[in-house]
Write a protein that binds this ligand. Structure first.
Ligand SMILES: Nc1ncnc2c1ncn2[C@@H]1O[C@H](COP(=O)(O)OP(=O)(O)OP(=O)(O)O)[C@@H](O)[C@H]1O
Ligand SMILES: O=P(O)(O)OC[C@H]1O[C@H](OP(=O)(O)OP(=O)(O)O)[C@H](O)[C@@H]1O
Length: 282
């Protein structure tokens, strides 16, 4: 039977669609079609609001899906988290009006607006303060000061918090997009194999995005200096140049090291340096 996959519409969609495309599965459908086709495999796809996904996967309506960790925890969804994809990172923060003193606010009973009722209650209970929770349905940051004393909401750039003249008092949790599965589906050997294969390819793509492939030439005299600079996955590949003195070197290097590494390689004697993206590391 076809594997059933649920994909978040909204903010999380683009990164998930890009990942699927990078593993060779292309989503086809217009933006109002919530049942796109996934070409290249036997997987049935449906789009849902990301808040509905953890519950639907836990119930077994869908075998696998993608959802923010915030909504997995908020719904206490009993799903298997297969991989933290790291996409769309946010922090859930508690905020009060900019000019208020948090130590004073803590002393009285406060009204707290949030879309995350369970996570908020757990946080506020831990603080040991008196509160009343108000379920927000978006635009949470606009509630204070007239309609609430505090908000607990997600933030990415912080611009919505600043624009509404709020300040952060605590980080309640961090969240990013997770690849999840229904727990009992993993007991089905055929579906398990399909899911494991998807996971292998996704991890290959995520690892590939962290690295680039560097190729360069160098002379006999500089080879030891150049190789010593290369923090390759294992050891760099070194081969002799045909009909010439010197070597060709190839190594997969962490992307974040490249900026500092390239000038050092040139100083050490590397020439003809090529940097290319890596699609997958398996
Ligand atoms: N500004 C943001 N940047 C990155 N991720 C976000 C941001 N806002 C929310 N998210 C994440 O997106 C998921 C869905 O949140 P939310 O309901 O706010 O967005 P949406 O349903 O995609 O958007 P909308 O309600 O505007 O259609 C959550 O897991 C949340 O953590
Ligand atoms: O830190 P920032 O980069 O400003 O992003 C955070 C804001 O983005 C989301 O709002 P959204 O645009 O989805 O509106 P909503 O509050 O109506 O859900 C979220 O709920 C925050 O309000």
């Amino acid at each position: 039977m076809a594997l059933k996959m649920v994909i978040p519409k909204g903010k999380l969609y683009d990164k998930v669609a890009e990942l699927l495309s990078d593993i060779g599965l292309t989503l086809v459908g217009d933006s109002r079609n919530y049942r796109p086709q996934l070409f290249g495999c036997d997987i049935e796809v449906k789009l849902l609001k990301s808040q509905n996904i953890p519950e639907m996967v836990a119930l077994g309506q869908h075998d696998i899906g993608f959802a923010g960790m915030d909504w997995i925890l908020e719904q206490e969804a009993d799903v298997e988290v297969l991989e933290d994809l790291g996409f769309n990172p946010v922090k859930l923060v508690s905020c009060i009006p900019e000019e208020w003193d948090w130590n004073e606010v803590k002393q009285r009973k406060i009204i707290v607006a949030s879309e995350y009722k369970k996570i908020s209650a757990q946080y506020l209970n831990k603080l040991g303060i008196q509160y009343q929770l108000l379920r927000a349905y978006g635009a949470t940051e606009v509630f204070p000061p007239e309609d609430a004393d505090m908000v607990i909401d997600n933030t990415s750039t912080g611009s919505t918090i600043r624009a509404n003249r709020l300040k952060i008092v605590d980080t309640v949790m961090e969240s990013s997009t997770q690849f999840i599965a229904n727990k009992s589906v993993l007991d089905d050997p055929e579906k398990r194999k399909q899911i494991d294969d998807l996971l292998l390819l996704m991890r290959g793509v995520l690892n590939g995005r962290k690295r680039v492939l560097l190729e360069m030439n160098c002379s006999e005299e500089s080879i030891d200096r150049v190789v010593a600079l290369l923090p390759a996955m294992r050891a760099p590949t070194v081969s002799r140049l045909y009909n010439a003195d010197g070597f060709a070197i190839k190594a997969a290097i962490e992307r974040k090291l490249i900026k500092d590494l390239l000038p050092k390689l040139i100083t050490a004697g590397a020439t003809d340096i090529l940097e290319t993206p890596i699609r997958k590391v398996l």
